[in-house]
Ligand binder design. Structure first.
Ligand code: R5P
Length: 294
C-alpha cells in the first residue's frame, strides 16, 4: 500500500507536516467555515487516495468531535478506503463506568462512534483504568496505544542525571516504572486523593527524597493541581529540585502558573499537544505505528 495521505486541521498543521514527512506521503489541511448559527462547513481535497490518516488531537474535545465525524464521513465519500485516526490525545477515556446510577459511560459511547467512523485509532498514553487495551474500547477495530514515557525518561535522564522519578498517583506508576527501568533511574509512586476538579491531596511514598533531584512524570497535566501538590510535598521533604515531564500538556487556565508557584523548576512535555513546554516528539512513534498497520 502506498504511503498514507495525512489530513489535519490548521491548528495541528506542524504536527501533520512532520508526520507526513516521516511517512513519506502528502498532507492537506481541512478548510473550515463557521456559519453564524454555529454549524461548520468542511472542505477536503476533491479526491482522496485510498489510504488516509486523519490527525486530530481531542484536547478541548466537544466541538472537535463534531468536526472529526464530519471529516471522516466526507473522507470516505471522497475515496478513502482505509481511514486511520491518529489522535495523540484521546479524550473521554476516563469515564469508563457509571460511578453513580445513570451516568453516561463516555468511553464506551465515544469508542462506538470512532469504531463506526475509522478502521483504526492510534493514540498516546490514553487514560485507561479498568479497560486494559484500546482494542476493547473500539468494537471490531484496531486500537493502538503508544507511550511517550520512554521518550520522556530518556530526556530526563540526559538532563537530570541520577533523578528520582516520582509518579504523582498510582495510575502514573506504569509510566514511571517503564521510564525508570529503561534509564536505570530510581522511582517511587505517590498516593493521590481527589476531592474535586481542583482539589487533590498527594501523599509522598516512604522513599527518601531529601537531597534528590525529583522529576514528576505523569500522563496529563490538566489543572496542574496534581503536579503542584506532589511538588509541594517533595520540596517540603527536602527534595533538591523538582522538574516535571508529562505526555499531554493540557495546562488549562492557570495550571502552568500553579505548577511553577509550587516550586517546579522545569516543565517538559511531548508534542502530542502543542505547548511551549514541548521537548520530545512522538512523530517517529506515530509513523512507526502507522507503517506497522500496513
Ligand atoms: C489522573 O489520574 C491523571 O493521571 C492526572 O494525574 C490528572 O488527570 C491530572 O489532573 P490535574 O492536572 O487536573 O490535577
Amino acid at each position: 500500500m502506498s504511503a498514507p495521505h495525512v489530513l489535519a486541521f490548521d491548528d495541528e498543521a506542524p504536527l501533520a507536516t512532520a508526520l507526513a514527512a516521516a511517512l513519506g506521503g502528502g498532507v492537506d489541511t481541512i478548510a473550515r467555515h463557521r456559519f453564524p448559527d454555529g454549524e461548520t462547513r468542511l472542505r477536503l481535497p476533491a479526491a482522496l487516495p485510498a489510504n488516509v490518516v486523519l490527525l486530530r488531537g481531542l484536547q478541548d474535545p466537544n466541538a472537535k468531535l463534531t468536526e472529526l465525524l464530519l471529516a471522516a464521513g466526507g473522507a470516505r465519500e471522497l475515496g478513502a478506503q482505509r481511514l486511520v485516526l491518529v489522535s495523540p490525545y484521546l479524550a473521554y477515556m476516563r469515564q469508563d463506568m457509571a460511578f453513580t446510577p445513570g451516568e453516561v459511560v463516555s468511553q464506551r459511547v465515544l469508542g462506538g462512534l470512532l469504531a463506526g467512523a475509522f478502521d483504526a485509532v492510534i493514540t498516546v498514553d490514553p487514560h485507561l483504568h479498568r479497560v486494559r487495551t484500546l482494542d476493547e474500547v473500539l468494537p471490531g477495530r484496531r486500537g493502538i496505544a503508544l507511550s511517550a514515557a520512554p521518550l520522556l525518561g530518556a530526556w530526563v535522564a540526559a538532563r537530570v542525571p541520577g533523578a528520582l522519578l516520582l509518579a504523582p498517583d498510582e495510575e502514573a506508576g506504569q509510566w514511571v516504572r517503564a521510564a525508570a527501568r529503561a534509564q536505570g533511574l530510581d522511582f517511587a509512586v505517590c498516593h493521590k486523593s481527589r476531592h474535586g476538579d481542583r482539589d487533590v491531596d498527594v501523599a509522598l511514598p516512604t522513599t527518601e527524597v531529601r537531597g534528590r533531584a525529583v522529576v514528576l512524570l505523569d500522563d496529563v497535566a490538566s489543572t496542574g493541581r496534581t503536579l503542584a501538590a506532589a511538588a509541594r510535598g517533595a520540596l517540603a521533604q527536602g527534595a533538591a529540585s523538582v522538574d516535571v515531564a508529562v505526555t499531554h500538556a493540557l495546562f488549562i487556565g492557570d495550571a502552568l502558573a500553579t505548577v511553577k508557584a509550587a516550586g517546579v523548576r522545569q516543565v517538559w512535555s511531548s508534542d502530542c499537544v502543542a505547548h511551549a513546554s514541548n521537548a520530545v516528539s512522538v512523530v517517529p512513534l506515530l509513523a512507526g505505528a502507522i507503517d506497522a498497520l500496513a
